[in-house]
Design a protein around this ligand. Sequence first.
Ligand SMILES: [Fe+2]
Length: 234
Amino acid sequence: MNDIKSKIMRITKYTGFIIGLLLFMTGAKAQFVLPALPYSFDALVPHIDSVTMRIHYNNHHKAYVNNLNTAINRHPELKNRSLEDLLFGIAQVPDDIRTAVRNNGGGHFNHSFFWMLLSPKKTKPSSKLEEAIVSRFGSMDNFKTEFQKTAMSRFGSGWVWLTVSAGKLKIMSTPNQDNPVMGDAPEKGAPILALDVWEHAYYLNYQSNREAYVKAFWNIVNWDKVSDLYKSYK
Ligand SMILES: [Fe+2]
């Protein structure tokens, strides 16, 4: 686990996708900040509509950041802790804010990760990643089918992940805003791909048709980023 943790810490610094370390001198202002989206709200149309994208980012993700800061402000001793550290050590977070940090810290981490895994540009997996996927799942199509099945079987809200653990690829799902890097996750791993299957991610465009949303996801996966992450974890 420490190996996964150190790799994730290195990669998050390398990619800069987690920006939430703005510690103000007074300690009274926001510690974590909403990272900039790497594309415009309408960049992923028709697969993700611009209204969903705007609400998802400006309302949902921003709320996770604000609520996380509110929780951390109640424990100033945590203000110099990184988001990754808080999630790895979730069991040691004080009782009175642990659920808030789990839900909102998880929400901040998961969405920051998700945004960078999407792209309007057509990309494809590196040959090394494709080889690993084919070796593990039989074919790219089989992999997508397994990923979709996992997405469809998540009851209620949650996430689907492709992770690397002990050098092996694995598809897994977490409820709510949990993720496989949380210290108390039943299945741990270093994530390289994620899909948000909360209804807020797709309901305006797809209504209750989660399957259509999951299938559309393959058109906007940023395989360049997924491949970089895979290379970093190998
Ligand atoms: Fe979301």
